[in-house]
Design a protein around this ligand. Structure first.
Ligand code: ADP
Length: 274
């Protein structure tokens, strides 16, 4: 049997020692990374708690302002001149925007803290959509947009959804469709059943569309495309982020197709209960 030379043994010993040293270093680095990660998670938790508390605190005075402006608008303190009324209405609208923003921030902080209530029950999507359409009637009229609603002749199966969350999803998609479509445009909402167990909702508009190079960012928190910022000042960029999280909670899918200056279609796919 060939004997291993002393120099080879020495070489192997050295290599072994180097490997032991390297693995010690790796373990130390791993520990450092774990600690850094824990620190970041704690910071993130503090940030979410801060946003949550601040949002709650802001809601109270905003509700009081809403109540006061409402009283004035209703004429409880005397009749208003047209100019006074118009200015008060603007104040009311700004206050409403702030309430919406605060509510969205609260939802985002709950999502991030993993405290997002989700209570699904079996429901017909048609009923939720009917309800949402009723709610956006005022906005639709104000913008002079035609809304077409088409659904199958017969109601098909139910889906397991949290009613208020799913209401927010379609309210957001329809509000966006109206908001980002010039006056006189068309928005359509279609419910189909492409597969035995799939319900597909399509929300289409003939609006400004989403520029190609910005499409990848559209579900990111606070992201607003340049053309949207130019034409519509009211917006936080939180709506679609929330929508995506809600759909994910329902094990559904959401995607879109869009062409600038032509229009956008959002698709939402959900499972029909067997
Ligand atoms: P917001 O509407 O408050 O800005 P969202 O999160 O709902 O925020 O939407 C994010 C961005 O996606 C919008 O600012 C806009 O750039 C784009 N977007 C969403 N829906 C549409 C649509 N139907 N048509 C054109 N752009 C849209």
């Amino acid at each position: 049997m060939a004997s291993v030379s002393e120099s080879t043994v020495e070489e192997l010993r050295k290599l072994n020692a180097e490997m032991a040293e390297a693995s010690k270093l790796l373990i130390r680095k791993d520990l450092e990374l774990t600690r850094a990660n824990e620190r970041l998670q704690a910071l993130d938790k503090t940030k979410s708690e801060f946003i949550s508390v601040a949002s709650h605190q802001l809601r109270t005075p905003l509700s009081a302002i809403k109540w006061v402006i409402n009283m004035l608008l209703e004429g409880d303190l005397g009749a208003l001149q047209p100019e006074q009324e118009s200015i008060l209405r603007k104040g009311y609208e700004s206050n409403e925007r702030m309430i919406r923003l605060i509510n969205d921030m609260l939802v985002v902080s709950r999502i991030e803290a993993g405290k997002f209530a989700h209570e699904p029950i079996p429901l017909y999507l048609e009923d939720i959509l009917d309800n949402v359409l009723l709610g956006i009637e005022g906005l639709r009229r104000k913008k002079n947009i035609m809304v077409k609603w088409s659904m199958p002749k017969e109601k098909f199966g139910k889906v397991m959804v949290d009613p208020s969350r799913m209401h927010s999803v379609f309210e957001n998609l329809l509000t966006n469709a109206i908001k980002y479509t010039p006056s006189g445009g068309v928005v359509s909402i279609t419910l189909t059943r492409p597969k035995e167990r799939e319900a597909l909702v399509m929300v289409s508009d003939s609006g400004m569309g989403i520029p190609k190079d910005e499409q990848k960012n559209i579900f990111t928190r606070f992201y607003r495309s340049k053309n949207a910022i130019r034409s519509e000042t009211d917006g936080s960029g939180l709506g679609l982020y929330i929508v995506k999280q809600i759909i994910a909670k329902h094990y559904g899918k959401i995607w879109f197709e869009s062409a600038e200056d032509k229009g956008t279609t959002f698709f939402v796919s959900l499972d029909i209960i067997p």
